[in-house]
Every structure is written in C-alpha cells, then in structure tokens.
Ligand binder design. Structure first.
Ligand code: UTP
Length: 300
C-alpha cells in the first residue's frame, strides 16, 4: 500500500487521534499490544486512520498515546535496521512499503497519563492544536470511502462555520452504546443538532443517529472540556463537551458517506478484516471459496 497523496487544497491542518485507551474489550491481545496496532489483514488499524488524515490534506497528526503504547509512535518512525536488512536481502517491495509509512507524515504525540475519558484525551492535545479548528479521528474507528470521512466533515465545517460530528443510523436496540444526536435536517445529510447525549438509557434515546469517531471542532471545545465534570462511566466525555458547545454556538451532524467499521469491537474488527481482505485481488478468491464452504457447513 503506497502513501496516500491529498488530491486538493487542505481544508484542515491538524487532527487529533485519541489512542490512549486500555482496550479492555480485546484482552488478552491488548495486554502488551495497543488495540490500535492490531492488524486489519496486515496493516494496523491506526495506519488506515493516519492514511485517511493524509488523504484529507492534514499535515499535523497528533497522536494521544498512553503507557505501554510506544509501538504506535515507532510504527510511523524510520526503522533503520529493518530497512537496511530488507535492502541487503533484495526485498525492495517490502522496503518501499515500510519507507512509505515513515515518509507519509510526521506524527506528533502527547501522553494521556491516565485514560480519564475521550474528552480528557482530546484536551491533552490543546498545546499542540492551539487556536485553530481541528479534526478528531478515533484510533479504532475506520471509514472506508473514496472521499475521506474527515474531509467530508471539514467541508461542512467550512460551509457553516460550526463544529461537525459524523452521524450514522443505528438500530434502536443499539442506541445505548453510542453518543446519540437529534435535530433538524437543514441540507442533504446536514443536521442542526438540538440534543446530544452520551449512551442514553434504553428507550430514552432522542433519535437513532449515533455519533461515530470523526469530528471537526473549533478550539473553543478545550475551554469547555477543561471545566467539565466526569459523566457516564466516571469519564470526561467528549459528548458532554459537545452538548455545551451546541448550546453556546451550535453544532452540526453530518451523515457521512462510506462504510464504517468499529475495530474496537470484536465483530466490527472481524468484519473489517474480511471486507479489507476481499478488496485484495490475491486474497479475494481463496477467502470467498472458504467463506462459501463454511456458510454451507453451518446450514442445518
Ligand atoms: P474506546 O472507549 O473505544 O476505547 O475509545 P477503550 O477505552 O480503549 O476501549 P475498551 O472499551 O476498554 O475496550 C475510543 C478511542 O478513544 C481512545 C481509545 O484509545 C480509542 O482509540 N481513548 C479512550 C483515549 O485515548 N483515552 C481515553 O481515556 C479513552
């Protein structure tokens, strides 16, 4: 996979990738390996997310890292010895693939000393973001789209001059698992949010539009998060900060175009692996054949 090149002028310079969580749903795999480094086929989830940012023209990628998760930073650095060995063994293709990762972008990083919640993770980037709009891309949420998901949101941000969150319809039975937003559709796919709530109790969700892991936000969110008490699960929730932002200056939702995989969830992770493997010509045939066989064997 070669490094993506932005197709047009950048709409957004900076993005924050929160990736400091404990990844408890993937234990024991995540005891010593960051969840964001688990591979989708042969590429870490985090690399797909950084590639989306670079494709969208983002130049400053700010990774929020945590204790024991240094391999995420190493992944985007030069691997001098490994590259020399590949060269010496004539493995040009592998060498180029590796070099493309470190050439792609410079990843800046900040440690979140304790995983106090997504809102707190975003707040950790304040010093590196400064006083300009920025993207937030969750380190375990993948969007497969020709038009990078974060770029779709950046366009809406620039048109309306308001913060934007990515929205996706989910079944009523799943609304308690997400941040949920409700409001009025003001243009194709653009929703003026009038309510946003984190993990509403079953039967109380204001809609079935779930907030998923892409946001474009004004820097004013930092002042809000700084003063925000913990919410659901005792964590400093980004959604609670967004609810305040909505009241102060308005907030939009955008039904993004593309396929989304929650690689932080086991079923989502498996789906992403199958979907991305099916896109590889060398894997597609054998995988489909095997899937056909097991589906047949599973039938009563
Ligand atoms: P998740 O809630 O999916 O991540 O957060 P988690 O807490 O690591 O997962 P589980 O539930 O224990 O399995 C979404 C993204 O936000 C980051 C995570 O690393 C993940 O990429 N995050 C979450 C932080 O950076 N800091 C936090 O305090 C919480």
């Amino acid at each position: 996979m070669s490094a993506p090149t932005p197709k047009t002028e950048p709409l957004l310079r900076k993005c924050v990738i929160p990736a400091a969580g404990l990844g408890t749903r993937f234990l024991p795999a995540t005891k010593a390996i960051p969840k964001e480094m688990l591979p989708i086929v042969d590429t870490p989830t985090l690399q797909y997310i950084v590639q989306e940012a670079v494709s969208a023209g983002i130049t400053d990628v700010i990774l929020i890292s945590g204790r024991g998760k240094e391999s995420m930073i190493d992944h985007f650095d030069l691997a001098v010895e490994l590259e020399a060995t590949l060269k010496a063994r004539g493995k040009e293709e592998e060498f180029r693939k590796l070099r493309a990762i470190s050439d792609m972008v410079t990843v800046l990083s900040v440690r979140q000393k304790e995983p106090l919640g997504l809102g707190h993770a975003v707040l950790c980037a304040r010093g590196l973001v400064g006083n300009e709009p920025f993207g937030v891309m969750l380190g375990d949420d993948m969007i497969d789209s020709e038009d990078p998901g974060i770029r779709q949101l950046a366009r809406v941000f620039h048109q309306y001059k308001q913060g934007v969150v990515a929205l996706m319809e989910v079944p009523d039975s799943e609304t308690h698992l997400y941040g949920i937003a409700a409001g009025k559709e003001i243009a194709d796919g653009v929703i003026q949010i009038d309510r946003i709530v984190e993990k509403p109790k079953r039967g109380t969700a204001p809609s079935n539009l779930a907030v998923i892991g892409r946001y474009v936000l004004p820097p004013d969110i930092f002042g809000i998060l700084e003063n925000q008490p913990p919410g659901v699960g005792g964590e400093i929730q980004l959604t609670d900060g967004l609810a305040t932002l909505q009241k102060q200056q308005g907030l939009l939702g955008y039904r993004f175009k593309g396929l989304r995989y929650d690689a932080g969830d086991k079923v989502g992770y498996l789906k992403a692996n199958i979907a991305y493997a099916l896109k590889r010509p060398e894997l597609r045939g054998p995988l489909l054949e095997w899937l056909g066989e097991i589906v047949k064997a599973e039938k009563p």
